[in-house]
Design a protein around this ligand. Structure first.
Ligand SMILES: Cc1ncc(C[n+]2csc(CCO)c2C)c(N)n1
Length: 263
């Protein structure tokens, strides 16, 4: 059922847009020019469509493929767990900066909620896997970030410190959104072998409702913050979105190769 819907959504995507909604519903719901409403894409639909070459590369990366079919070597996963743990510590600060930069109390409350989710739900997954794979919490927390890890988080934190709230959201969105895409893709494509997959919990977490609703909120927030901006300003936001998406690729690749500082 879910798989059928997924395939249908993929086929209709060019017409309906990234979230598989709105254009037709808008034409349906409001007496507007149908052609105009079909042509009008939300900003996140534009981001989604233009980023596909990068995300496809992410989805086909051997590390991601190995998570899906369960063949990823244990030592590579442990390397990833440790790097990702310290990545998440830095990433959580972006949500905290969202709390500070939020335009109203509702937005502030949601940023605090996703911050809480990240610290207690997502990082808990890493702590559980670490315990299962014999990595202590001290080891996790003492991990030194690799050059790519440091570059990725430094980029986002620099934008968060110096840019607008819209820029901050454009930077942090690919991370949540592409993981959600990956979680759902792996779950659908490996439905039959999931039970025996050692990375099942990882797949279940990132395809979960909890995770999806937080990500959907960020997507909607991006549209809200982009509304009324000039093309020049939108291009800046899209550049952050694309750079963060490319860092996602580098992050998979770094863990797959267990890349680190030369000395
Ligand atoms: C390199 C890297 N990129 C993305 C994520 C996924 N992620 C990080 S924060 C967040 C949202 C709230 O928890 C999500 C989905 C990750 N773990 N590691």
């Amino acid at each position: 059922m879910e798989g059928g819907f997924f395939i249908l959504r993929m086929l209709l995507l060019p017409l309906l847009g990234a979230k598989g909604e709105t254009s037709l519903q808008t034409a349906f719901g409001f007496p507007v020019n149908k052609e105009e409403s079909l042509l009008k894409r939300s900003f996140t639909e534009r981001l989604y469509q233009n980023v596909q070459p990068i995300w496809e590369k992410n989805h086909n990366h051997p590390f991601v493929v190995g998570l899906g079919n369960g063949t990823l070597e244990r030592d590579k996963f442990i390397y990833y767990l440790k790097q990702d743990y310290v990545y998440l510590v830095e990433y959580a600060k972006l949500f905290a900066m969202g709390v500070v930069k939020a335009g109203n109390l509702g937005m502030m409350t949601r940023f605090a909620a996703v911050l809480h989710e990240s610290l207690h739900f997502e990082m808990e997954l890493h702590r559980q896997y670490a315990a299962e794979f014999g990595v202590t919490r001290t080891d996790l927390e003492a991990t030194q970030p690799t050059p790519i890890n440091l570059a990725y988080t430094s980029y986002m934190l620099q934008v968060a410190a110096n840019g607008s709230l819209a820029e901050l959201v454009a930077c942090l969105l690919p991370c949540a959104w592409d993981y959600w895409e990956i979680g759902k893709l792996l779950k659908v494509n490996h439905r039959d072998t999931l039970e025996a997959n050692p990375y099942k919990k990882w797949i279940e977490t990132y395809s979960s409702e909890t995770f999806g609703s937080g990500t959907q909120w960020l997507i909607d927030l991006m549209d809200q913050l982009a509304s009324g901006k000039s093309e020049t300003e939108l291009a800046v936001l899209e550049r952050h979105f694309q750079i963060a998406s490319k860092y996602e690729y580098l992050f998979w690749d770094m863990n797959d190769k267990k890349q680190d500082w030369p000395v």
